[in-house]
Design a protein around this ligand. Structure first.
Ligand SMILES: [Zn+2]
Length: 450
């Protein structure tokens, strides 16, 4: 819920960053207790409205009414949870209910009112209720309880005075906080701000998440090979794990063993780590594009939107590839970063841009490599950059597709394991027989001859 600001104050956008928590065992127990109490608040509201429906009363859904009901329950009902935290659950319920009602009014039969209980519910606290001092965060608790200070596992990307809210949540076996801040839109000295008339075309791809063709024949290629390798390693790893435990898998309806539960937990952690790695690499790639655009005063990015063709079934392997691509996320992170930098993003239909010669407009069969050569005329060029130039031309860019001024190369996912030679990917097998990346498990020393 953004606060009201005067219209003359500088423009801001809201951005959220996630940080893990470093906690002791006792702190972890208290934080989980708070999330369980939040789940209790949620369950109470569901229960209350079930009773009211049985009595044919109107449901209690407005935030104010729910807050009155909470105040009537008195202090100490929900363990260590303070009233601000409990109200954030009520706010969540009320928002979800009204959103569903809105969708039902516009004839969306699939919209459901909130009805499912959850063991752990995220909690949000707004500015003024929590304290953030460097990496330390004080989480509010009910009056009379000892203070709860926890440590974040990384520096936040925002100065503390911009932070507006923190959200405590539990995801894939770990405790996290989402920190939301008001980030001011970038201001530039006169003459250096991005010019909306300068346009660059962006082609989205798998090998190159972003290929950008800008004015004056300049180009940018962001390589996504590290991300693709991460997808492959993850798929191979998942298959390997499944094969190893297939014999022990419980039958449907049968209760799994403790060992099986441990396997499921490890698999969930691996999934979550994979998602974080890919997401981080895509953020880095988008950052490279925006930095490049701002340096060249490009004020408009025309992005070719391929989502129209993704609904077609293209076979098992290619379907997996297009799902891994996470195209919606690629577009979303680019839009988010462009907004902060004061660059506008415009979606363009990209159909045919990668298979049409930009010089003579004839159709070209898809080349197997990265070089596009037209059989009708003498044009050759980089396949993705040519597509980007065609997208820019479609948005009114009028860019010559022949790139003269040079291409900048950037890599996405420099942090991924296996990219730097010093950090071997533990999922990858050693190249040579007997060569090991680590000394491995401790083995007993050979028996001494006596
Ligand atoms: Zn041609």
């Amino acid at each position: 819920m953004p606060r009201r600001r005067s219209p003359r104050s500088p423009k801001v956008v809201h951005r959220t960053a996630r940080a893990g928590l470093r906690v002791t065992r006792g702190q972890r127990r208290r934080l989980l207790g708070l999330l369980v109490s939040a789940g209790d608040v949620w369950a109470c509201v569901l229960e209350l409205n079930t009773w009211r429906r049985a009595r044919q009363d109107r449901p209690l859904v407005s935030y104010q009414e729910l807050c009155q009901e909470l105040a009537a329950s008195g202090p100490g009902t929900f363990g260590e949870l303070d009233s601000q935290g409990a109200r954030s659950v009520l706010r969540r319920y009320s928002d979800a209910w009204f959103a569903a009602a809105q969708r039902r009014r516009s004839d969306d039969g699939t919209a459901r009112f909130p009805r499912r209980r959850r063991a752990l519910m995220p909690l949000r606290w707004y500015h003024g209720t929590f304290t953030l001092a460097g990496r330390r965060l004080r989480i509010p608790v009910a009056r009379g309880r000892p203070p709860l200070w926890v440590r974040l596992d990384r520096e936040l990307p925002y100065p503390p005075e911009q932070v507006r809210s923190v959200t405590l949540l539990y995801d894939a076996g770990r405790l996290w906080v989402d920190v939301t801040a008001e980030v001011p839109v970038a201001c530039y000295p006169a003459g250096q701000e991005p010019d909306p008339g300068r346009l660059a075309g962006v082609d989205l791809g798998i090998i190159h998440p972003y290929a950008v063709a800008g004015p004056e024949g300049e180009g940018l290629l962001v390589s996504g090979r590290a991300v693709r390798a991460e997808h492959r390693m993850h798929l191979a790893d998942t298959k390997g794990r499944r094969k190893a435990v297939a014999r022990r898998a419980p039958k449907p309806g049968q209760k799994g063993s403790r060992r099986w539960r441990h396997y499921r937990r490890r698999q969930r952690l691996a999934e979550a780590r994979h998602r974080r790695r890919v997401s981080q690499a895509q953020h880095e790639a988008a950052k490279a594009v925006i930095t490049w655009a701002v340096d060249r005063r490009v004020g408009t990015l025309a992005v070719g939107d391929p989502r129209g063709v993704l609904k077609l079934d293209a076979g098992r392997r290619h379907n997996q590839r297009t799902r891994d691509w996470r195209i919606g996320h690629l577009i979303a992170v680019l839009k988010d970063k462009a907004e902060v930098a004061g660059v506008s993003v415009q979606l363009v239909d990209e159909r045919g841009t990668s298979s049409t010669c930009p010089a003579c407009r004839s159709r070209i069969p898809k080349p197997p490599g990265r070089v596009l050569a037209c059989p009708a005329c003498q044009f050759t060029g980089h396949r993705d950059l040519t597509a980007a130039a065609s997208i820019a031309a479609r948005a009114g860019g009028g860019i010559t597709p022949v790139l003269l001024a040079g291409v900048t190369h950037r890599r996405a996912g420099a942090h991924l394991p296996g990219v730097a030679p010093s950090r071997r990917d533990p999922r990858r097998r050693a190249h040579h027989r007997g060569a090991r990346g680590s000394p491995g498990r401790h083995r007993p020393a050979p028996a001494s001859p006596t």
